[in-house]
Design a protein around this ligand. Structure first.
Ligand code: FES
Length: 148
């Protein structure tokens, strides 16, 4: 179990140090800004959606290692997905970090965030990008993560 935990920590650190899909997306069709009221950190998620498929996604902003790694992993998982699939992944990630679902039920890199459930104050860090994604998909320009 310790080996698995170490692997998960490595995945999070690696995405924090080398975040994927960072920056502006000039031709975005959907965009939102998310704020974590506990720390004041915020990030933007921008998507280009064509024929109901996410053809590109980027994020930018400041935040802790968990929030940045979570945003990076999220973008890698969502490219090429449909809006419905993105919404389903949001639900799965949310159930994972809040402890409703076991890590074994989650695909690959998502499971790396399962340990967050042991640190309730960090759940908002892990879900910041995902709540911002959902806001963008619903054409809500700004969201404050008042819930987990
Ligand atoms: Fe601000 Fe984690 S401490 S997002």
């Amino acid at each position: 179990m310790d080996e698995l935990r170490e692997l998960y920590q490595q995945i999070i650190l690696e995405h924090y140090r080398n975040p994927r899909n960072v920056g502006e997306l000039p031709d975005a069709t959907h965009k939102a800004e998310g704020n974590n009221p506990l720390c004041g950190d915020c990030l933007e998620v921008a998507l280009r959606i064509i024929n109901d498929h996410i053809v590109d996604i980027r994020f930018r902003g400041k935040g802790c290692a968990i929030s940045q790694a979570s945003a990076s992993v999220m973008t890698t998982l969502l490219k090429g997905k449909t809006v419905k699939e993105a919404d389903e992944l949001f639900e799965r990630f949310h159930r994972l970090v809040t402890g409703i679902e076991s890590p074994s039920a989650q695909p690959g890199t998502l499971a790396a965030f399962a340990g967050i459930r042991e640190f309730p104050s960090r759940v908002k860090c892990a879900t910041l990008a995902w709540h911002t994604l959902r806001a963008a998909l619903q054409n809500v320009p700004e969201v404050t993560t008042t819930e987990e």
